[in-house]
Design a protein. Sequence first.
Length: 133
Amino acid sequence: EGEATASSLLAEHLRRHGDIEGAALVVSEAAARGDTTPILLLIGGLARLEQSRWAEAESALRGALRRDPELPEVRYYLGIALAEQGIYAEPLNLFRDERLLSGASNQLDSAEAKCLQALGDPAAAAVLLGTQL
């Protein structure tokens, strides 16, 4: 467990300081050792999002969600990964679930509104954002 914690801390440190490739490498090496803790999968998913590797981000984030359904923000980032792949209905549910778990945020509202617009409902998007059409 100590090694898993160290890997998580190192990967997140690298990601936050712009070394996305380094963070992804730490996560890959941890996975090769059999370490697939939810937080490492989340960090790996975030690194892949920052690299615009949407399908890989989706896979890592789905894994994190399966292992820890209460992990903060995983639904939000999974929704982003899906929306970037042109999938909009599932992210709406993920964003709404995230709102129930973590509370409302401008970030969630904006992401949900983009999906609503993509699904052809600009009126609902405007209501969500509190704007006029």
